[in-house]
Design a protein around this ligand. Structure first.
Ligand code: BGP
Length: 492
């Protein structure tokens, strides 16, 4: 048969099933093993996150950073605790292996490797920790997939340089990556430089170490943030080049949050609005895949009055070092309209229009499995690169029964429906090569610093304030995912 006529049934045999976490939400081990302070260590728990907008939750002025640095022993900083993966990684990985994971996505805490960020020499104890994690994974045949920086920028680099606003941070990032590649590239094939690379516009401190107090007015904010975005893209391209040259067996991907939006009405203005919004979210991935900015972008900068400090050399670096695959997070979708009367609802990372056709979860995020198939098709049509679903999952209130069981049928439903759509996309011919369910062990939520917002297959006995044994319990979804992996996605 002509190979062009091949019809895909079900998932490919080597499909990578697994789960994902990030260092600052899972590890704990605050300042242990020589670790330095990251911006996540000063993110304070707020007793009622629903009272705050995402902007208030995510923008930390200098005063609050200093307050956090003075409270070394406080219980009110959940990201210093995570789910204590730092001390539980062996048992957690054993449980992932029990479920049959083929891949595990985790991030490396920059401040374990370079506690301040601008040192010449790395911290051996930090490097050793990730050696142990990687070796543990490989002992069970689980492939590591590493995010190099996931929302835990070194605090010292933020305070001293204003993070990626200063081009010297490009060099610090490159040095950090070189150390990681030289140490782990023999065992880690897949790498991602930045989590949700477009996120600097949403939370500049978390994503790039930008101190809020420097964003004094709209013009200054635009000038700084678009420069930061550029600097991060150059940093990502540089390390992509280094990885490709020194370790050609490895692959570099990009990672973006997929903000899927639908037009609220068939008014062409609504449809256009969706298109314009989509390209705003995707332009950093465009740069990483195509090696250049889209033309509309320069016009936008002109309109905003932003002038990039970008030597010619930057554009050569971007053009020459494009990525091997595209990964993304997908949780929910929104509707968009030019009308002002559309009801709003919460979703991952921001608030958007509420879709009357979709149900919502405990935190108001709307559940849209078909949107995953739409997103996969859209991304493949645009990029023609292999795709990887780096995050997908459901934050919910779980209840630990006295028997030690946790019944989470809502999570099983969410995952079943999304994976059914993923399967359809695979059968559409989209080359998706893996799926890592977000927060496979309960961890601290990113936006709201809560422990009670649980995503995991493994329940962790700890509350928002750190009370509890941190013992792990298997939820019903644990057994469901195990069966799913065992049948390579057939037994949904
Ligand atoms: C993504 C982040 C993750 C994760 C997830 C869920 O955008 O990459 O770190 O936390 O969102 O968000 P939350 O934890 O706020 O529920």
């Amino acid at each position: 048969m002509n190979p062009n006529m091949k019809v895909q049934h079900g998932f490919p045999e080597d499909f990578l099933w697994g789960g994902a976490i990030a260092a600052h939400q899972a590890e704990g081990g605050f300042l242990e093993g020589g670790k330095g302070w990251s911006v996540a260590d000063v993110e304070k728990y707020v007793t009622d996150p629903t009272r705050f907008s995402y902007k208030e939750l995510n923008f930390l002025p200098l005063e609050r950073i200093k307050e956090g640095m003075n409270e070394v022993d406080s219980n009110l900083y959940p990201k210093r605790r995570g789910c204590d993966f730092y001390h539980h990684y062996k048992e957690d990985i054993k449980e992932f292996a029990q479920m049959g994971f083929k891949v595990f996505r985790f991030s490396i805490a920059w401040t374990r490797i370079f506690p301040l960020g601008d040192e010449e020499q790395p911290n051996e104890e930090g490097l050793k920790f990730y050696d142990d994690v990687i070796n543990e994974l490989l002992s069970y045949g689980i492939q590591p997939l590493v995010t190099i920086n996931h929302y835990d920028f070194p605090l010292h680099l933020a305070l001293k340089y204003n993070g990626f606003a200063d081009r010297r941070c490009i060099d610090f990032f490159v040095r950090y990556c070189q150390v990681l590649f030289d140490r782990y590239a023999d065992r880690v094939k897949y790498w991602l430089p930045f989590n949700e690379v477009e996120s600097v516009f949403r939370h500049p401190l978390k994503s790039a170490g930008i101190i809020q107090d420097t964003l004094t007015d709209e013009a200054t904010t635009n000038q700084i943030l678009y420069q930061v975005m550029h600097n991060q893209l150059v940093a990502a391209a540089k390390v992509t080049g280094i990885l490709h040259e020194k370790y050609p067996q490895c692959q570099m991907g990009c990672m973006g949050a997929k903000h899927t939006n639908y037009a609220y009405t068939c008014d062409p203005n609504d449809v256009l609005e969706v298109q314009l919004m989509g390209r705003e979210f995707l332009f950093p991935l465009d740069v990483q895949v195509f090696g250049k900015y889209p033309v509309w972008y320069w016009r936008k900068l002109e309109e905003l009055g932003v002038t990039l400090d970008a030597p010619e050399e930057d554009f050569r670096i971007l053009a020459e070092n494009t990525v091997d695959f595209v990964s993304f997070s997908y949780y929910n979708s929104f509707v968009t309209s030019t009308r002002k009367d559309v009801e709003l609802t919460a979703g991952n990372l921001h608030v958007g229009g509420k879709n009357p056709y979709l149900p919502s979860g405990d935190w108001g995020w709307q559940i849209d499995p078909v949107g995953l198939r739409i997103s996969l098709n859209e991304l493949y049509d645009r990029y023609r690169k292999p795709l990887f679903i780096a995050e997908n999952g459901m934050g919910a209130m779980d209840k630990l029964e006295e028997s030690g069981s946790v019944h989470d049928p809502y999570r099983i439903d969410y995952l079943r429906l999304h994976i059914a759509q993923l399967k359809k996309a695979v059968e559409d011919g989209i080359p998706v090569f893996g799926y890592t369910m977000w927060g496979c062990v309960d961890l601290v939520s990113s936006a709201t610093c809560e422990m009670r917002k649980r995503y995991g297959f493994l329940y962790v006995d700890g509350d928002d304030l750190g009370n509890g044994t941190y013992r792990r319990y298997r939820k019903d979804s644990f057994y469901w995912y195990k069966e799913l992996i065992a049948t390579n996605g057939e037994n949904l």
